[in-house]
Write a protein that binds this ligand. Structure first.
Ligand SMILES: *Cc1c(COP(=O)(O)O)cnc(C)c1O
Length: 364
């Protein structure tokens, strides 16, 4: 068979290991498995959203409202933008795919930080585009500018807060980069964890409205993290209408399901649930910081719902990952990102207790 030659260079995205796999492979009861690997909301889903899913089950035979009028209205009011500034995707992942297909081609290139969200590279490679990375995982102005001037990439990805490292870029620095780039380059500001950063420190809070003055900038948000709807696959892009209209040309009809749409509309309005999620998170992440300090290893200060532990040569992230997995604790090993590090989603109090118990034993 003759596949597109761009596929030769693409590695399949490796998602966090599912609970079912640990149950199958290690014979651990599902209730004893603790998954802290995919940055899902540990307290679940907004009760209003869960209710909407059940209430809409009887409409499963109907296609959803393809205009997504109500969801766009809810987002427009939350962010003080117009509905024609918004495109909805099956996760913000799908919006990333629309952007990539709308902008990239075999002579194009993209620029991103050294360690960042893996899908940027995969979507760019699907289009045959070249990938350039800065030297640091942090988004440093000078590094981005040097690479920008050298390569004139079609897309720059600014992931803030950054996944899988957890650090964030200040609004001032993001605007500095955006202001220095001309309109031939699309700047994607991926705010998948923005709710956590905004709650922690205002300097890192970026809203879609802060960026709406730039014709070449798009802000991405998702319902998968703070809003607790990872399983429903809903995300959004917000930008000037001309840019959004081009992305619409890439969108298949009915790209999110009737149940996903109903859930996202309710989740969008349930600010209490988000506040509760963040409050628990802020309390629990302190335990992870204290644990690292007590054990004497480093971590990256986190602006997200996960924390990244950094190990020296006395500890190997792959060995630790394997040992934890056998005990039913799923975390994310960052060896494939070239880091001797692991990323742990902050769980509920009980999940974190289980993690610390096993992790202490594994490293002892
Ligand atoms: C989780 C995540 C997304 C998108 O998630 P979806 O579930 O597709 O909305 C996008 N960017 C980053 C950095 C993420 O961590």
């Amino acid at each position: 068979m003759k596949f597109n030659k761009v596929l030769r260079d693409i590695k399949i995205y490796e998602a966090g290991k599912p609970i079912e796999l640990v149950v199958r492979e290690y014979g651990i009861a599902p209730e004893d498995v603790v998954k802290l690997a995919s940055n899902e909301n540990p307290i679940g889903t907004s009760p209003a959203a869960a209710k909407a899913i059940v209430a809409n089950a009887s409409k499963a035979h109907l296609y959803p409202d393809d205009s997504m009028f109500e969801l766009k209205a809810a987002l427009a009011s939350k962010f003080d933008v117009k509905d024609d500034n918004i495109i909805i995707g099956a996760g913000s992942d799908q919006v990333l795919e629309f952007i990539s297909r709308a902008v990239l081609h075999e002579d194009a290139s993209v620029l991103m930080s050294a360690v960042t969200f893996a899908m940027y590279e995969i979507y760019a490679k699907q289009m045959g585009a070249k990938i350039y990375r800065t030297a640091s995982y942090e988004h440093k102005y000078d590094e981005f500018m040097e690479a920008y001037r050298m390569y004139k990439p079609e897309i720059i990805y600014l992931c803030t807060p950054n996944n899988p490292t957890g650090d964030a870029t200040s609004k001032e620095d993001v605007l500095k980069i955006i202001n220095a780039v001309d309109n031939d380059t699309v700047v994607v500001v991926d705010g998948a964890y923005m709710e956590y950063a905004s709650a922690k420190d205002e300097q890192y809070a970026i809203t879609p409205n802060d960026l709406l003055g730039f014709e070449n900038v798009i802000y991405l948000g998702t319902f998968s993290k703070a809003y607790g709807l990872g399983g429903m696959r809903v995300g959004y892009g917000i930008g000037q209408t001309e840019l959004i209209n081009e992305l619409y040309k890439m969108r298949p009809p009915f790209n999110i399901s009737t149940l996903s749409l109903a859930a996202a509309i309710e989740a969008c309005k349930d600010e209490d649930f988000v506040a509760k999620s963040i409050a628990l998170h802020q309390e629990q992440i302190k335990r992870y910081e204290a644990f690292a300090e007590a054990q004497g290893f480093k971590y990256i200060e986190s602006y997200t719902n996960f924390i990244t532990y950094l190990f020296d040569e006395n500890m190997d992230s792959t060995t630790i990952f394997d040992a934890l997995l056998k005990r039913g604790v799923i975390i994310r090993n960052l060896a494939s990102y070239g880091m001797n590090a692991m990323r742990i989603t902050i769980g509920t109090e009980r999940q974190n207790d289980v993690f610390f118990k096993h992790f202490s034993e594994v490293i002892a």
